[in-house]
Ligand binder design. Sequence first.
Ligand SMILES: *Cc1c(COP(=O)(O)O)cnc(C)c1O
Length: 423
Amino acid sequence: MTLTFDQAVQLDKNDPLAKYKDEFYIQEGHLYMDGNSLGLLSKRAETALNRSLNDWTEHGIDGWTDGAEPWFYLSEKLGEMTAPLLGAKKDEVISTGSITTNLHQMVATFFQPKGKKTKILTEELAFPTDMYVLQSQLSLQGLDPNEHLIVVKSKNGHTLDEDTIIENMTDEVALVVLPSVLYRSGQLLNMKRLTSEAHSRGITIGFDLAHSAGSIPHKLHEWGCDFAVWCTYKYLNSGPGGIGGLFVHEKHHGRAPGLAGWFGSNKERQFDMAHEMTPAETAGAYQLGTPHVFSSAPLIGSLEMFEEVGIDVVREKSLKLTNFLLECLREEQLLGEFEVITPLEESKRGGHIAVSHVEAARICKALKKRGVIPDYRAPNVIRFAPIAFYTSFEDVWKTVQALKTIMDQQEYKEFSNNRNVIA
Ligand SMILES: *Cc1c(COP(=O)(O)O)cnc(C)c1O
């Protein structure tokens, strides 16, 4: 066996999170490297979901207030459990909606074009839905997105230059919306710096934490970020269509929601059924309608594990995993053939490693045939996300061995180089 295999065995032996692997359902013979698209089901998430189903069985309508996990307070409870992952106060976080609906809500609430300040600043590598939200919110204000959406360019097609973003924070910009971690390359932006630069120019700033929630620590409150949105079906393992979340800094509490709905009411007043809304004095004010209970419940079980371990320990293992992945790729001399598009500096990357290759689509198909579940992003990117809670160092080693065999034996040539509907 090779040097890296011995290292893997050693790293697993000293891994404080190793015991959590058994808490997850992992398909027999599979190496799951796609936890950044859909995290795996844990037994605790399953138990939490069953508890809510059972509350329905046993309590009917009274499940809202009298169940083992009362549905009426679930979004607030989950917000409180999520807050430590984000460096937020409990009232600054609420579990609700999806990234798309929450971003609509945040832009509707915070984008207030005035005088010269009529533009939104974002970047060209943004996830499509974020772009659509910004374009449609501008249109709703009667502003032409071609003129009022400033899209910062990437120099290499994979990463962004923070200085360039900051140069684009002109006196015409009212709002900046950026990702924390870029979904393709995995680049982690310096949220603290970008927030302080935006604020020094009188600009509001919010972040899409899709790829950092549950993978890296944040200090949203301390940094003073105005708002943030995220999903929980990626690193937070809440399941397909799992509930999203939003953060609104305490300094903005009391600001009227751009989109109002009755679940944004002060909870004591909601059932007065008044036609004049009394919004909550917390991030809860930005909820819309009845919470999606069965898409929220699994998150309780999942977050319990994050509470036990702490996000710093998760991040530490995640970096060890991705460093080890890079080392294995180097050791097997795959780095000439594959270009790593993720920044190598630890402080500049999130939880996955992305590589590019012209044959990426069919290399992924060959990996799947060998039981490795990667993640493909057209046209030529493969993302590997080893997950702190359920990926071992030996899994990483085996993944790279599979890749090596596929390349050496040209196994990918058995497949066509186009993508399937999803991925
Ligand atoms: C996954 C992801 C989304 C998905 O948005 P949904 O509303 O949850 O479907 C949005 N933005 C980014 C950056 C993502 O990675």
